[in-house]
Design a protein around this ligand. Sequence first.
Ligand code: KG4
Ligand code: ZN
Length: 343
Amino acid sequence: MRLLALETSCDETSVAVVQDGCVRASVVASQIQLHAEYGGVVPELATREHLRNLLPLANAALRQAGAVAQDLEAVAATRGPGLPSALLVGLRAAQALAFSLRRPFLGVHHHQAHLYSPWITGQPPRADFARFEPNVSLIVSGGHTLLVWVQGELQHRVLGSTVDDAAGECFDKTAKLMGLPYPGGPELDRLAEGGNPAAYAFPRPMLEQDHDDFSFSGLKTAVRYFLRDHPAVLEAEATRRDLCASVQAALVEVLVGKTLRAARRLGVRCVTASGGVTCNRALRRALAVACDQAGLTLRLAPPALCTDNAAMVGILAERKLARGAPRTPWDAEVEPNWDWADV
Ligand code: KG4
Ligand code: ZN
């Protein structure tokens, strides 16, 4: 099946062409520069950019795949969760295209799409479903922090999520307190290399608690008070690096510790991870070491597919359609707060 997928849930406009489990084309227009000036995503600006970029990107993706619209056998888009007006751009465009081509349309759950990006490996990127096995999946980005039990293909149960800030938000807010540019996650990652992760002690929120939820706002507050009491730390390159490494170590320890504990408890043999924060090198290394020690297989989304992209939306949509999932009605609306239980 040849399928076009659109992703516009936040600040990346992305279009992919997927065919028989293979990503034939994948284009992403990131809006990071646009929002940097405001220190966060501005929904109106994000929506305007999606409107401006979506059709040129769709044409580029079709060209890259050597296809024309009439070749498409289905169209998919992220239906939620996400920013309402941003979602609406992709959803309506996909519905209109599918309707005019008389092809099926599928609205996809954004977090579920993230679950499948660690399986898109190889060159050209293709979904490695032949090696699929039940897993515990960590989804960490600027908007979400989730632990999911993937019991089988298309069978998921959310184990826990953040009760306040997302992990990426904590990276970004800490970086902002340090005066680093937006988005702070990658910058903090860069500075942390060469820093001492044990230089300063920060809390590991909820690490020892016997549930799968996360909380990161206390860690951000701890950094705020630390900087109030030790402002000189920001003055030297070495102590700035130590601070970055110490905060990062706290975040990584919580994310890895809770993921591994859930995997052990549920008896799965595989751990997967995706979302923008999965680009973080310390997190990738720590997950690799922990899984190796525990005898678990680790599958990390390739960095290009960690952040939001339409390839993962297309791979999931094609799989769902192949398994007989019901098509999304033509009058379906966006679902900014879509609950997994209803999917
Ligand atoms: O998945 P994503 O592109 O967008 C959503 O939020 O849905 O994730 C963006 C988040 C930002 O918070 C960014 O700071 C964080 O991922 N991030 C990182 C790194 N690269 C991106 N955080 C830590 N280390 C990185 N290398
Ligand atoms: Zn995402």
